[in-house]
Every structure is written in structure tokens, then in C-alpha cells.
Design a protein around this ligand. Structure first.
Ligand SMILES: [Ca+2]
Ligand SMILES: [Ca+2]
Ligand SMILES: [Ca+2]
Length: 148
């Protein structure tokens, strides 16, 4: 079982605004029952490592990213990368219920790790463009999606 902050909801004709809500995970695979039921015909057909829509993201990754595990067009990855000498534009598809970070790693500094560009960026359900001005990096960008 997992807990998460609860929001207001109608329950038996009353408004329930509990501080925490229990997420049942009857088969203990990391994905809550409500999520498995909403996309699959029960809680056991959806193994975390399966990729039934063939988009390269496992069911567990689609749950974390809040993408649709039965739609190959719905997946989390950098959508566009426009580069010029003075600006890189990184486009990330987002969900309103997730937060995002962007990191970069230079190929010119072989010992350096990932450097943070921005973090705790709330999603809005649309594509978010992050402009990296005066980029010094020749290398790789990566986006990270997390639950709030
Ligand atoms: Ca489960
Ligand atoms: Ca998938
Ligand atoms: Ca998908």
C-alpha cells in the first residue's frame, strides 16, 4: 500500500477531505489497483515490465509518467530539441499531476555527472518548452518525471 495526499472528493453525499489516502496495490507490483483497473481488465494482467502498446515504456514507467499504457502515442520523452549557438530549446510533454526536472551532461567533461538545469517544474498537461540560454554543453539532455 502507498499513501498520497488526498484532495476533496464526494463520498456518500459528504465532502471528504482527508490528509492521506491509501492506494491499494493488491498484487504488490508497485502500480495501484485503480490504475490497473482503469487501463486493463483487472489487477493481474498488467505486469510492471510489460509494454503492451510497444512504445518502449513499460507499464511501471507509464504509471510514473502518467502516460497511457495502451496508447503508443502516449509516452514520456523529449519531444523536440532545437539548438542554436546561443540557445537550446527542450520540449517536454507533461501531465498536470507530475513534476519535472531537466539535466544536462557534457561530453567535454568526461568526469562530470549530470548537472541540474531546472527542477520541481509542475506539469500543465501540455508540452513545456525550456530554453537554455548561453549553453556551454555539447552533450546530452535528460528529463526526469516524478510524482509530487
Ligand atoms: Ca498493482
Ligand atoms: Ca508502453
Ligand atoms: Ca504508452
Amino acid at each position: 500500500m502507498k499513501h498520497q495526499a488526498g484532495g476533496a472528493r464526494r463520498d456518500d453525499g459528504q465532502i471528504d477531505r482527508g490528509a492521506y489516502e491509501v492506494l491499494l496495490d493488491s498484487d504488490a507490483d508497485g502500480m495501484p489497483d485503480w490504475w490497473e483497473f482503469s487501463f486493463f481488465a483487472g489487477i493481474t494482467p498488467a505486469a510492471p515490465v510489460d509494454d503492451p502498446d510497444g512504445d518502449g515504456a513499460t507499464n511501471w514507467e507509464e504509471y510514473i509518467a502518467d502516460t497511457i499504457p495502451t496508447n503508443a502515442a502516449s509516452h514520456f520523452r523529449l519531444a523536440t530539441l532545437a539548438c542554436s549557438s546561443d540557445q537550446h530549446e527542450i520540449v517536454i510533454p507533461t501531465s498536470e499531476s507530475r513534476i519535472y526536472s531537466l539535466q544536462s551532461k557534457s561530453t567535454s567533461h568526461t568526469t562530470s555527472g549530470w548537472e541540474l538545469i531546472t527542477e520541481s517544474l509542475p506539469g500543465n498537461g501540455a508540452k513545456i518548452t525550456i530554453a537554455v540560454t548561453n549553453p556551454t554543453v555539447t552533450g546530452t539532455y535528460r528529463a526526469i518525471v516524478e510524482m509530487p
